[in-house]
Design a protein around this ligand. Structure first.
Ligand code: SF4
Length: 316
């Protein structure tokens, strides 16, 4: 069914979103998420795709039940990079990007290492955290019995007018923290029984996240990282996260640049940039892969936002 371009209804938006999701195998995710009981006959012979290969839906369904290691134990992607020293190298390289900050599509070019703030209003290179806790209201495959170990980071590069975390993202309410504090919070959430480390609005703090992960991995962090993002990401920055992030959790908010510009502070290129970013995320981590208890350990999960007050995703 083709939607009327003059007036995009919520139904049409969701249908279009579903088509994008189908491109990246969301149907496999939905099948995996609905199956919270162990699969009757998990296939130990399920083939692994090459990094750039997009699996078929049948292959994706088989991968859902396949643990990452032959002994069945899950190991997050970042651990190997920590052991090799690559995680530390990437963290340093990403940190240097803040000298003329281009961490996000705004590409302000300000020197955050010298204390300058760009569009996101992050105070230079200072890390600010608003809160952290086991979150039981997250998407179900991330929650399980222990909750999603959510860490709310302050400020935001997209700054949508309808943000539900306004005081955190727009006003920047939170406390200064060091990279070691950040790592300690990750380890505490793991000790609390959380199934993952869920960094909320991570884009402008990606260097801090990699540094903290490197410290925490050295002290025993072994749960997957959820990159909980607006989806508006640069491909050049996502390359630093390849092999680090286990689970990408992007939003997809708009199909229309005019609507993105109107409600997300001039971000007119949101549809193209986010579409490309989501395909890259999928290339890196593939479809969602819940373990045998239905908890997601790796893969891509997309959230389609429906605008408040009946606002369409496309200009009328
Ligand atoms: S992260 Fe902030 S300072 Fe850096 S480019 Fe984006 S908006 Fe500008």
């Amino acid at each position: 069914m083709n939607c009327c371009p003059e007036k995009l209804t919520r139904r049409c938006f969701l249908e279009q979103a579903a088509r994008l999701s189908f491109q990246v195998g969301l149907s496999a995710l939905l099948a995996g998420c609905a199956r919270l009981q162990p699969p009757a006959t998990p296939s130990p012979l399920a083939p692994s795709p090459t990094p750039s290969a997009v699996p078929t839906r049948d292959q994706a369904a088989a991968q859902d039940a396949t643990p990452d290691r032959a002994d069945g134990a899950f190991e997050p992607a970042y651990v190997a990079l920590h052991r090799s020293g690559e995680l530390a190298r990437r963290a340093e390289a990403l940190w240097a990007v803040m000298e003329r900050c281009r961490l996000c599509p705004r590409q302000c070019g300000v020197n955050r290492l010298d204390g300058m703030s760009g569009f996101c209003r992050t105070p230079g290179a200072i890390l600010m955290i608003s809160g952290a806790h086991a979150h039981f209201g997250e998407e179900r495959p991330l929650v399980g019995e222990g909750g999603s170990g959510t860490i709310f980071l302050t400020h935001c590069n997209l700054r949508c007018v309808f943000c539900q975390n306004w005081t955190i993202s727009h006003l920047g309410r939170g406390s200064e923290a060091t990279v070691d504090d950040f790592a300690a919070i990750m380890l505490w959430l793991q000790a609390e029984g959380c199934h993952n480390i869920n960094v909320v609005t991570p884009t402008h703090y990606s260097p801090h996240i990699l540094k903290a992960l490197d410290v925490a991995a050295g002290k025993g962090l072994r749960i997957p990282v959820v990159y909980n993002t607006s989806g508006w990401e640069r491909l050049e920055i996502l390359a630093f996260l390849d092999g680090v992030v286990d689970i990408y959790l992007p939003d997809f908010k708009y199909w229309d640049g005019a609507m993105a510009a109107k409600y997300s502070a001039g971000a007119e290129n949101y549809p193209e940039v986010t579409g490309a970013a989501i395909l890259e995320m999928h290339r890196q981590v593939g479809v969602a892969k819940p373990n045998r208890k239905g908890i997601m350990e790796r893969g891509l999960m997309i959230r389609h936002l429906v605008m408040p007050n009946d606002v369409p995703a496309r200009s009328r």
